[in-house]
Design a protein around this ligand. Structure first.
Ligand code: ADP
Ligand code: ASP
Ligand code: MG
Length: 416
């Protein structure tokens, strides 16, 4: 049993969907679970629908491009209008609008999850129907019947025993199953999501629960590179990485793999391959047990739009354990993700990700106890396996606010 994951970039248009079939055919018809994300940037577009609805009560204008996008792909893939896929897609949009029209909740994260899941439901339905029409038999599975979570909307935590039981029960061993990444349900049967880019994690969950032989994530890059190609010039392919190293890279922000994906795979030593859907004949990167990284070269990671907060006690007393535990309880309360910590006797600096837009509330509460200064819009750069040349290259043209060095890693907070 193999697990494949196709992300938004691989199914961003009709050509992408046709290419999925090519990749599958080039890799044989064995038993598989294929996890698919929403098409292209549809999750962002659905976020706009949620924002418009919750801020103005109106949503139809924001939903229109989402409808047109999917209809356009349908028309290119299925020339006959009477194909059942048209009715299925229409039905999802009716369901979505029905939810919004009857919803009374103003709770952002809850509403968000009930709406954005349609991106994945639509994409998997279209891909599954297309494969069927082309003679590639498959079963479509609603991942919400498998991925059981708590009710932390937008950051749902997997309930492993229930999830494992459901997956074993619902996935047919010798079939090809198509299912959604990123989405699950809570105990009240409300939809939940696992966090942005969470489809990789879904692939890891299925692999763990099914004792799969491997997971392959199909990407628009040749594999895991030693730097984000959108930010750094001439990145190089990493051929092999250990689980520990891949977890570190993902944790520091290498956005090519979702950070939660690797732990379940490491537990069962299931290899993860990151390969190019554009050149499916190439090997790409293997994440598996073995040497930390090959070739051993510096790896550059950047997390943009971070916030650097510095705190000191109002009375110049020391920042002691008690203060630190209070500070962290506030981070937890406001879902603030901490990237880096540095403290001295009288000050405490922390670089955080304001993913859930709670920064203002946090700062106001911190100000009750501490003197607070902060910079928004800073970038956090990390170099793993650094050398002098790598640091020099990174530091040029930047205003450095903070630098931290450990044995294998240098981190620099800089503007922009
Ligand atoms: P998906 O379609 O699976 O959602 P993503 O767009 O989330 O794919 O991830 C792939 C992108 O990640 C690449 O196009 C690349 O720009 C970016 N990326 C960032 N860091 C790296 C890295 N170290 N190696 C490869 N790609 C990276
Ligand atoms: N569609 C979701 C997102 O864009 C999940 C994923 O693609 O992994 O974040
Ligand atoms: Mg993605």
């Amino acid at each position: 049993m193999k697990i494949y994951k196709f992300g938004g970039a691989s199914v961003k248009d009709a050509e992408g969907v046709r290419n999925v079939l090519k990749v599958l055919e080039a890799n044989g018809h064995g038993s598989k679970v294929i996890v698919i994300s929403a098409m292209g940037k549809i999750t962002n577009a659905l976020e706009e629908v949620v924002n418009a609805y919750l801020s103005t009560g109106k949503y139809t204008e924001a939903l229109q491009p989402v409808k047109e996008f999917h209809l356009n792909i349908l028309q290119q893939l299925f020339p006959k209008k009477e194909e059942p896929v048209y009715a299925k897609v229409k039905n999802y949009f009716e369901e979505l609008e029905n939810f919004i029209q009857h919803n009374r909740s103003q709770q952002y994260d809850y509403v968000y999850d009930q709406v954005v899941i349609y991106g994945e439901l639509l994409s998997t339905t279209i891909v599954s129907e297309f494969l069927t029409a082309e003679g590639y038999g498959n079963d479509w599975l609603d991942a919400r019947n498998c991925i059981k979570t708590d009710s932390t909307y937008r950051d749902a935590q997997v309930q492993w025993p229930e999830t494992q039981a459901a997956i074993i029960n619902l996935v047919k061993r010798d079939h090809v199953t198509i299912t959604q990444g990123f989405i699950g349900t809570d105990s009240n049967n409300f939809s939940t999501t696992l966090g942005r880019e969470g489809s990789d994690y879904t692939a890891g969950i299925f692999a763990y629960c099914l004792n799969a032989d491997s997971v392959t994530i199909w990407k628009d890059v040749p594999g895991v590179l030693n730097a984000d190609p959108r930010v750094f010039e001439k990145p190089r392919l990493l051929e092999q990485i250990s689980y520990e190293e891949a977890i570190e890279l993902a944790f520091y922000g290498a956005s090519v793999i979702h950070p939660k994906t690797l732990q379940p795979l490491q537990r069962k030593e299931i290899p993860l391959y990151v390969r190019s859907f554009l050149n499916p004949e190439n090997d790409g990167t293997a994440v598996k047990k073995g040497q930390p990284i090959s070739p051993k070269i510096p790896c550059f990671i950047v997390k943009k739009n971070q916030v650097l907060i510095s705190l000191s006690a109002l009375d110049f007393s020391f920042i002691i354990e008690e203060n630190i535990s209070h500070i962290f309880s506030l981070f937890h309360k406001y879902q603030i993700k901490v990237d880096l910590i540095q403290n001295s006797a009288i000050s405490f600096s922390v670089c955080v990700d304001n993913k859930f837009n709670n920064l203002e509330k946090l700062i106001n509460q911190l100000k009750a106890t501490f003197r607070v200064t902060y910079n928004t819009g800073v970038s956090l750069y990390t170099i793993r396996h650094f050398d002098d040349a790598a640091i020099r290259e990174l530091e040029k043209d930047k205003k450095i606010l903070l630098k931290q060095t450990t044995r294998e890693t240098v981190q620099i907070i800089a503007t922009p």
